[in-house]
Design a protein. Structure first.
Length: 473
């Protein structure tokens, strides 16, 4: 492992070249001994999750190794769209909170994930799902005429994710690529059915309009980052209407959990059967409803999360009797660890992560850490071994890379374009090309230095960086 500090810049070929000194060789004299102890760094496990995101995003188009879901038509909760989106949110948290100076690496990762989000195998499920059915509309008597456009009408379970992904991209990297009229192209081109290829074209703005229109159409029961970039105030118009629509307690069931979903035609709520959807909602609602999220936390986890020593699972499971096995398992563990990371419930989170490491077959591949899918509910001792690809590929990594109030801080203090343009950064392809994991990458105000700590995941010694920056000197 090597640590590098940059303490001054000089012009090279009309760009700012940051002068480099190594920790073990000619470290700048004004930096006191032990200064790195005050600069947090990622551990190997956190770096392994980022590497796994890279490995999955770098696969050839059409390859989805480790990402296959329980349900074959991409309709369920561990579908590709949820994995790709959550990887993006986790990478965004890692860049914002841990590695703000690692610009090009995260920007490349975002681009690859967004590109995959636009592939037809990710959103093509909607052509059949748009017909609706008894599960979501119990009173339906005839299927609707299907449509392929995945964001035009209703499909917030997909459209909201690419909107947030491109909005994060614009905010974190000061990049307006998504503002182009044809920035997002959904190509509907099945070979053996249909009336020929179609393309559904959107920009960030038109996608946002489509999402907001759908919320309005359904009485608001259905982006901060764009407001900061565009000088707009959309969130202050939308959020009060959203809150008002759910006022009076309709968001919460009698047991204190958040309802699973709203049935539009029946105008009633699907009652919560587990902690999963409550955890998923609270993980992100903490951004704009932190007081409520924190005040309901203890009552919501009551009866679901209890400390238990290793080896005690067999007795607990035996005492419960046979359980009803759902057709498809909800990624509840993934939702819960994401949730726990946001209010900073470190004791509970650490316990679940230790449980995952002990019983969920934590695996390393090409420097990346993940938990492979397992359909077996429990092992011989009664310990839970069931894990889905959403949890194993993305959610556990998200939980480890997020910090207390991580999403809330990004919501309240998004990076303005001027900040991104002025902050120092490292421009390197060594993460992708040479297997270099960055554990530190950012400016230290206390040390008045830009500090990088790097480690080769494969143990080889070659390493190359190019450093550019315009921030403090």
């Amino acid at each position: 492992m090597a640590t590098t500090t940059m303490t001054q810049t000089q012009p090279v070929d009309d760009r700012s070249q940051i002068i480099v000194s190594e920790e073990d060789n000619n470290l700048s004299s004004h930096l006191p001994l032990g200064f790195l102890d005050k600069v947090p760094k990622l551990d190997q496990v956190q770096a392994g999750h980022i590497r796994h995101f890279h490995n999955l995003s770098a696969q050839l188009d059409g390859e989805w190794r480790h990402m296959g879901s329980q349900e074959p038509a991409q309709e369920w909760l561990d579908a590709l769209r949820y994995q790709l989106a959550t990887m993006t949110y986790a990478a965004g948290a890692a860049h914002y909170h841990h590695l703000p100076g690692l610009q090009s690496t995260f920007k490349g990762l975002f681009k690859r994930l967004i590109k995959k989000m636009l592939r037809r195998e990710v959103w093509g499920y909607w052509y059949l799902t748009s017909q609706s059915g008894k599960f979501v509309d119990p009173d339906i008597t005839e299927l609707r005429k299907p449509w392929a456009d995945p964001v035009k009408t209703e499909n917030i379970i997909y459209s909201g994710h690419p909107l947030l992904m491109i909005s994060l991209f614009a905010m974190l990297f000061d990049d307006d690529t998504s503002e182009k009229e044809d920035a997002l192209v959904f190509n509907w081109n099945p070979i053996f059915f249909g009336m020929g290829p179609e393309s559904f074209v959107y920009s960030r703005e038109t996608l946002q309009v489509a999402v907001i229109d759908e919320m309005e159409k359904n009485g608001w029961k259905a982006m901060r980052y764009n407001d900061i970039r565009n000088g707009t105030n959309v969130v202050d118009k939308v959020l009060p209407k959203y809150k008002a629509a759910w006022a009076g307690g309709s968001m919460f069931a009698s047991n204190g959990l958040i309802v699973d979903w709203y049935r539009v035609n029946q105008k009633n709520m699907a009652q919560p059967m587990s902690l999963g959807f409550t955890a998923w909602a609270d993980a992100f609602m903490n951004t704009w409803s932190s007081i409520e999220v924190r005040s309901t936390f203890r009552s919501q986890v009551l009866g679901f999360l209890s400390p238990s020593p290793y080896g005690g699972a067999r007795e607990i499971v035996a005492s419960l009797g046979p359980a009803r096995k759902p057709r498809f398992a909800q990624p509840a563990l993934g939702y819960v660890v994401q949730w726990l990371s946001e209010p900073g419930e470190e004791e509970l989170l650490s316990g679940l992560l230790r449980q995952a490491d002990a019983f969920l077959n934590s695996s390393w591949e090409n420097g990346g850490l993940y938990y492979p899918r397992c359909g077996q509910a429990v092992d011989g001792s009664g310990n839970s071994t069931l894990i889905d690809p959403y949890t194993g590929n993305t959610a556990i990594g998200y939980a480890r890379l997020n910090i207390e109030d991580g999403q809330k801080n990004m919501w309240e203090k998004p990076w303005a374009g001027e900040f991104v343009r002025e902050k120092p950064f490292v421009d390197t392809t060594s993460f992708e090309d040479q297997g270099v994991d960055l554990l530190r990458a950012g400016w230290s105000e206390e040390s008045n230095a830009f500090i990088i700590t790097a480690k080769m995941w494969h143990g080889k010694s070659s390493m190359f960086f190019q450093f550019f920056g315009t921030g403090p000197t």
